[in-house]
Ligand binder design. Structure first.
Ligand SMILES: NC(=O)c1ccc[n+]([C@@H]2O[C@H](COP(=O)([O-])OP(=O)(O)OC[C@H]3O[C@@H](n4cnc5c(N)ncnc54)[C@H](OP(=O)(O)O)[C@@H]3O)[C@@H](O)[C@H]2O)c1
Length: 233
C-alpha cells in the first residue's frame, strides 16, 4: 500500500477525529489542520507516537491566504499532498425572515467559502503532479431543503456543486473530487441536542471515516463528481 499524504481539516472535530483515527491504521502520513492549538494538540495526543503527523494550528479555512499558508507548510514537510479531506462545517436552523440574513452569510462562509478556499489552495500542486483526491462533506439538505434549513441547505448545495465543478475541471489532471452527504452523525452534541431521538438510525463517524479512507485511496480512482449519501442503515 502506498504511503499517502492526507490533509484533514477540522481534524479535532467529531468526523475529523474519526478520519484521523481510521487513517492512522494505514501507512498514511497526515497533515492535521485546526484553528485552535489546544483542540489540535488534544487530538494529536491520541495518535500512535510513531505516526508521521504534521499538526497545523491557527489555520482559518474561510481565509484563502491562511489556507495557502497551511498547504505551503504541508509541502515543506512532505513534498506533496495526495488527498484533502475537508470536514469543516456547521449547522444552524432558522426561518426565512428579516433576521435570518446573518445566519445565511455565516453558513455560506463556514460551509461553502471554506470548501472553496481550501480547494483552491490545494489544487495547483495537485494539478502539477497530475494526481489528487478531494473529499468534502456536504449533507442531505444540500439536495432538498426542509423547513428552517434555507441557509444550511443552500450552503451544502454549494459544496455539492463546487465538488462537481472541481471534478469536471480536473478529470484531465487525474484529480478526483467527491462529497459525502452524512445522515445525523452520532456525536455527543447531537445526543445532547436530541435526547429522545432514536440513535439507532444515526450513522457513526467511524463508518463515514471508512468510506472517506476508501475515497482517498488508489482503489477509488474511478469515482469522481459524486455526492455520496452516507446515512447508515
Ligand atoms: N454532525 C452531524 O450530524 C452532521 C450531519 C451532516 C453533515 N455534517 C457535516 O459533517 C462535517 C463534520 O461535522 P462534525 O460533527 O465533525 O463537526 P464539528 O465536530 O463541529 O467539527 C468541525 C471542525 O471544523 C473546525 N472549524 C470550524 N470553522 C473553521 C474554520 N473557519 N477554520 C478552520 N477550522 C474550522 C471546528 O473548529 P472550532 O471548534 O474552532 O470551530 C471543528 O474542529 C461538517 O461539515 C458538518 O456540516 C455533520
Amino acid at each position: 500500500m502506498r504511503q499517502l499524504v492526507v490533509m484533514i481539516t477540522g481534524s479535532a472535530g467529531n468526523l475529523g477525529r474519526a478520519v484521523v483515527q481510521e487513517l492512522s491504521l494505514s501507512p498514511a502520513r497526515l497533515v492535521c489542520v485546526e484553528r485552535s492549538p489546544e483542540k489540535l494538540s488534544q487530538a494529536l495526543a491520541s495518535l500512535p507516537p510513531e505516526m508521521d503527523v504534521l499538526g497545523l494550528d491557527n489555520v482559518d479555512l474561510t481565509d484563502i491566504v491562511s489556507c495557502q499558508d497551511g498547504v505551503r507548510r504541508a509541502h515543506d514537510r512532505f513534498g506533496h499532498i495526495d488527498a484533502l479531506v475537508n470536514t469543516v462545517g456547521g449547522f444552524k436552523m432558522g426561518p426565512v425572515d428579516q433576521f435570518g440574513i446573518d445566519q445565511w452569510d455565516a453558513l455560506m462562509t463556514l460551509n461553502a467559502r471554506s470548501a472553496y478556499a481550501i480547494s483552491a489552495a490545494v489544487l495547483p500542486r495537485m494539478q502539477e503532479r497530475k494526481h489528487g483526491r478531494i473529499v468534502h462533506v456536504a449533507a442531505a439538505p444540500g439536495l432538498k431543503a426542509g423547513s428552517h434549513q434555507s441557509a444550511y441547505a443552500a450552503s451544502k448545495a454549494a459544496v455539492i456543486r463546487l465538488t462537481e465543478a472541481i471534478a469536471a475541471e480536473n478529470r484531465i489532471n487525474r484529480i478526483t473530487a467527491n462529497c459525502i452527504l452524512p445522515g445525523t452523525i452520532d456525536t455527543p452534541q447531537n445526543r445532547e441536542a436530541m435526547p429522545n431521538a432514536d440513535t439507532e438510525t444515526w450513522v457513526s463517524a467511524s463508518a463515514i471515516a471508512r468510506l472517506i479512507a476508501f475515497l482517498v485511496s488508489d482503489e477509488a480512482s474511478a469515482v469522481t463528481g459524486g455526492a455520496i449519501q452516507a446515512t447508515g442503515f
